[in-house]
Design a protein around this ligand. Sequence first.
Ligand code: NAD
Length: 337
Amino acid sequence: MYNITLIPGDGIGPEVVSAAKKIVEATGLNVNWDIVNAGADVYKKTGVLVPDEVYESIEKNKIALKGPITTPIGSGFRSINVMLRKKYNLFSNIRPVKTIPGTDSPFKNIDLIIFRENTEGLYSGIEKKHSENVAEATKIVTSAASLNIINEAFAYARKNNKKKVTVVHKANIMKLTDGLFLDCAREVSKNYPEILLDEVIVDNMCMQLVMNPSQFEVIVTTNLYGDILSDLCAGLVGGLGLVPGANIGENMAIFEAVHGSAPDIAGKNVANPTAIILSAAMMLNYLGEKEKSNLIIDAVIEVIGEGKFLTKDLGGIAHTADITNAIIGKIQTLKNL
Ligand code: NAD
């Protein structure tokens, strides 16, 4: 029996998280879900953004599946997502981006994975307003956090027989901060002589990704660039509805989709639950339940490939519940083979 914290989140969060919960249950995994919530909706109801029970649950279970949480733009409270990643030192943000046959994208053979530093950089949350017209943000880069994420990326590359790790930086301009990140990448790469270290400046990287994305296998980068490149890469394979993610630390992990709370489509039963369902598959893999994880991935690929139950973002008319039920049906079929 696994004890897993389940955080529905804001906007489309409750719709897609409930879909992922049903899918995990359909695999036959024995789970005790500890359902707690945080975010803008909780704040409206209780005046508290993150109730203590959320921290207690994560700290007890050490594993969570989380929906997106709204962060107000410009003013208001700071990101709960960023806070949780820092608080629990979930230094690896891992985002696999893969073409699923049947999705409408000009690119067909994308199979890359982004390793984004998750605890510092420009997301350190150190900002100052000097006067009405002058504001400042501090970018922190440490070798400890940089080595953590770069080591993860290279270890993944070796384990999965990848030939190249691309480090994305802007060390030509940010010589000290991005320079340190790049130095760490060069240092780590010495332990992996069979893997090519490919150094690409972030602006060129954006163009390369749009022109020829299948040249990339493993990408490692700092917090802000990783965030931006993740959405760019999601666009290459059919959108944010498809790309899962994991935030992993030493002995704790929070799994969540790349996408946000999508207020424009919230409550309409049209959100694509695939991204959080694939995040749940990553979670099962992390728990050592590889067979059940693959069962989910195979079912998702088959349902999307058949094209009968595609949500609006994929060019279809299916509702969240329709594609969820189709994936559950496919899991049952695959289990009985
Ligand atoms: P978003 O990812 O919520 O939405 C961007 C676009 O993608 C929208 O058009 C949306 O409808 C579409 N989209 C996203 N997920 C989809 C899905 N599953 N199915 C179909 N379409 C989908 O980004 P945003 O609008 O910039 O941000 C909205 C809020 O989410 C903000 O408050 C932001 O801070 C927050 N956010 C949270 C997280 C997180 O919790 N990890 C991540 C990103 C953004």
